[in-house]
Design a protein around this ligand. Structure first.
Ligand code: SF4
Length: 244
């Protein structure tokens, strides 16, 4: 296996929301989406990240191996968009699999065609963000088309890969019943989604947008109430899904 360098924003150890158990998380930089609520806008441009050797990261991952084995965790590659650097991703995951470490990739699915069979085999769990169902809403929220994400989700279902779906609930933007129910119905039809996370919108990234000189369009949008978040979760439950 040859080393590959990739653009990395940061790494975090001990994360507990990006996959099962305690995770070693690599946040890569570079993302083709422009989500209005992105809380890591500094990961959007690839070259803003630091060029990093996959082998160096793997050395660090190796030092956490015992900890993964006892805690049931593993390596998660998040971002940014991990599929924007497929060779770097492949090297990281291949190294992790050689060590017997569980692997997860957090993706919007927009670049799903970059996942070849070899890369597919190296990923134990996909954390797939389906940001909306209504195509015009998806485009408004992310700046790109919805279809590639749906096509990728269907491909994962055909291959029976394990998927956790994430959906961010933003008042006035993604919370229309038609939008939430559309995602719920679609996800339920796939048959391979073992968990859904409905995440209430928050403005934690707003300062970063300002620091980067980028206009944050959701300054006046409030977080959803706990009741509204629970109602959205209930919609997914109504379709028989396991919701967190
Ligand atoms: S896909 Fe993720 S990293 Fe990319 S813009 Fe959207 S929220 Fe930000």
């Amino acid at each position: 296996m040859q080393d590959v360098e990739g653009y990395v924003h940061s790494v975090e150890t001990g994360g507990s929301v990006d996959g099962p158990g305690l995770r070693y998380i690599v946040f890569v930089s570079g993302c083709p989406l422009r989500c209005l609520y992105c809380h890591n806008p500094d990961t959007m441009k690839m070259k803003r990240g630091k060029k990093t050797s996959a082998f160096e990261i793997l050395k660090d991952v190796a030092s956490y191996r015992t900890y993964f084995n006892t805690g049931g965790g593993g390596l998660t590659v998040s971002g940014g968009e991990p599929l924007a650097q497929p060779e770097f991703l492949k090297t990281l995951l291949l190294g992790a699999k050689k060590m017997g470490v569980h692997t997860a990739v957090d993706t919007s699915g927009y670049l799903g065609t970059k996942v070849d069979d070899e890369l597919m085999d190296l990923i134990d769990l996909f954390l797939l963000d389906i940001k909306s169902w209504v195509p015009s809403t998806y485009k408004h929220v992310t700046g790109v088309e919805l279809e590639p994400t749906l096509a990728f989700a269907k491909r994962l279902a055909e291959l029976k890969k394990e998927v956790w779906v994430r959906f961010v609930l933003v008042p006035g933007l993604t919370d229309a019943t038609e939008n939430v129910e559309g995602v719920a119905k679609f996800v339920a039809s796939l048959g391979n989604v073992t968990r859904v996370d409905v995440l209430p919108f928050h403005k934690m990234g707003e300062n970063k947008w300002q620091d980067l000189g980028m206009k944050y369009q959701l300054s006046t949008t409030e977080s959803p109430t706990p009741e509204a978040t629970e109602a959205a979760r209930d919609m997914f439950r109504k379709y028989g899904l396991n919701v967190h």
